[in-house]
Design a protein around this ligand. Sequence first.
Ligand code: PRP
Length: 212
Amino acid sequence: MEMIDIALPKGRLGEKVYSMFEKAGFECPSIKEENRKLIFENEKLGVRYFWVKPSDVSIYVERGAADIGVAGKDILLEYEPDVYELLDLDIGKCRMAVAAKKGFYDNTHTTLRVATKFSKIAERFYAEKCRDIDIIHLNGSIELAPILNLSDVIVDIVETGKTLYENDLEVVETIVPISARLISNKASFQFKNDIIEKIKKALSEQVRNNND
Ligand code: PRP
């Protein structure tokens, strides 16, 4: 039987995502075993799951190493992978925002220094406003940048707002709401259409029920 390969984002979100697939009828009990394996298979159902670093899911799917996967809208906006976005799973909800030290005033006569992991999103956002910026690309702990005067603002993900609050920063502006999306490799979507549509349908029913 042909397998469907599914890339799950490793971590807390991935566990939620897996339980949605499980509920949808695509369970794979071995995934719950306490070990460090990255691949799990349910031969009977013809499904195989991979635990992938969340920001890498779209790479696996774009190149066909996985047929489908779940990626954050932040990653899709930043990397613009050539995949189909099939469904908003309505989990992993947060927002992409501009934040700065409390009381920050934007002097539009100077170049704005923007620290971020999401350079493309930041560039597009400020290009639309015709605001001159200097991107400082960082890989984590972005909140440090304005505190140490490495940047004026940051563009980052805000979920509860706790990280900003505890570092005396605040949201200046929301750029876009973010949530987890079901994505598909384009060729797989043609060749494994029946099973992918079946998964999409079962997941979208859960999304609908959760919203009722
Ligand atoms: C994200 C983001 C913020 C934090 C926001 O970091 O970069 O630091 O979560 O969440 P909060 O509003 O609930 O405090 P993540 O944990 O993904 O790690 P990283 O950015 O350091 O990789």
